[in-house]
Design a protein around this ligand. Structure first.
Ligand code: ASP
Ligand code: MG
Length: 417
């Protein structure tokens, strides 16, 4: 017998028919002798609809009240799913986040979980009852309802698995796992049987939207075994088969298998680049440029400063495309103060990144990546690296081509780089 937390995303509970299928799936796991806690999201589209209603009444909805509204989607699905389980002959009981309680800080619309009182859930489990806990929501120390940010049910599920010391947390979703890259760009992209949690963090932060990034951080911190798998398969798929399906997020030190050097290629569209040319190369210049950008709450990603020529240097960095014009304005404002020659910008760039823990022990990955891109005539504008990642900024018109040729050059469709 294992103890499993099972999370079902919005598409998995999009209709009463689908909720019935979820109940069948859960009932099947219970019948196989497992203890299950279920965490559903709101029905797909529902959270957007609720936020839309709020915006009809207030341009910038009050965050506390927005959470009161947005958290209702999950209250509906926990109730419906509990009924569906009962209809299958499974004892079930629904809980909102505050009934449990899932204690969070008071950062409305993006609250962080501080602790979970798991006593009541344990009592249910001991009595053979399946607790169905609303994802995405909690309560702060002052009794206010909170939500955890979009996609937050993933984090609810992982946090519950950590608090209850579950054997595994299964994230049922509308894709069947984590892929080497986006299959819409590379049809040969392959589902990974395993990926380390460090790699998953990089993939998630680089735009692969399978899991909310906070849930991956949580899983890493509390060593929760996490698996992403499809909820669109036959609900009667044998438990033994389902338990091995999808992608398991592992811990590097536990990794038994031969590890591929590169696990995947992630990319981020919607980036922009800014360059300040001809600035005097003296202490404080990076701060004079980036300080005001940071003060405006704009996230800076890659930063490059050229070697200076005749005491002058160029300085480039990237920001999210949505912040491009604001960042440009800020630089124009500081231009004369820092003595820069010109401010240049390009908001038609993207970032392509190769991710793999194998880079720690294999040399030559970067040069192979650069050679591959050069053979296609793709100019690399900026480069950044970490221990397990190499990113290149290229013109956005080359995004698809870059991802395709790299996927091929590193034999990712075959599962060995
Ligand atoms: N229902 C919330 C959202 O749409 C939380 C989630 O689905 O994970 O963002
Ligand atoms: Mg989601």
């Amino acid at each position: 017998m294992a103890f499993i937390v099972q999370k079902f995303g919005g598409t998995s509970v999009a209709s009463t028919e689908r909720i019935r299928n979820v109940a069948r799936r859960v009932a099947k796991w219970c019948a196989a002798g497992h203890q299950v806690v279920v965490v559903p999201s709101a029905m797909s589209g529902e959270t957007n609809r609720l936020i839309g209603l709020a915006r009809e009444l207030q341009e910038e909805p009050d965050p506390r009240e927005l959470d009161v509204v947005a958290s209702t989607g999950e209250q509906v699905t926990v109730g419906l799913l509990s009924m569906a389980l009962m209809a299958q002959g499974v004892k079930a009981r629904s809980y909102t986040g505050w009934q449990v309680k899932v204690l969070t800080d008071s950062a409305f619309t993006k609250a962080r979980i501080l602790g979970i009182d798991e006593q009541r859930l344990r009592e249910d489990l001991a009595a053979g009852i399946v607790p169905v806990v609303a994802g995405f929501q909690g309560i702060d120390a002052h009794g206010n309802l909170t939500t955890l940010g979009r996609g937050g049910s993933d984090t609810s599920a992982v946090a519950l698995a950590a608090a209850l010391k579950a054997d595994e947390c299964l994230i049922f979703t509308d894709v069947d796992g984590v892929y080497t890259t986006d299959p819409r760009i590379v049809p040969e992209a392959r589902r990974l049987a395993t990926i380390t949690f460090e790699e998953m963090l990089e993939m998630a932060s680089l735009g692969s939207k399978v899991l909310q990034i906070r849930s991956v951080e949580f899983a890493g911190k509390y060593r929760v075994r996490l698996r992403v798998l499809s909820s669109l398969t036959d609900p009667d798929l044998p438990v033994a088969v389902e338990a091995q399906s999808g992608t398991l997020i592992t811990f590097e030190e536990d990794e038994q298998m031969e590890q591929a050097v590169i696990s995947g290629i992630a990319f981020a569209r919607d980036e922009a680049k800014l360059t300040v040319t001809g600035v005097p190369d003296r202490p404080g210049i990076a701060y004079a440029i980036l300080g005001p950008v940071g003060d405006a709450n704009i996230d800076v990603d890659m930063i490059i400063q050229n070697a200076s020529v005749d005491g002058l240097t160029d300085f480039s960095f990237t920001v999210p495309r949505g912040d491009y014009s604001r960042a440009l304005q800020i630089l124009e404002n500081v231009k004369s103060h820092i003595g820069a020659r010109a401010i240049l910008g390009d908001n038609r760039i993207c970032k392509v990144s190769m991710v793999g823990v194998g880079m720690r022990t294999h040399a030559g990955i970067a040069s192979r990546m650069f050679r591959t891109l050069s053979e296609e005539g793709i100019n690399i504008q900026m480069i950044s690296t970490s221990e397990i990642k190499i990113s290149a900024v290229v013109d956005e018109k080359y995004l698809e081509l870059a991802v395709r040729v790299l996927h091929k050059a590193f034999d990712l469709e075959q599962g060995a780089a």
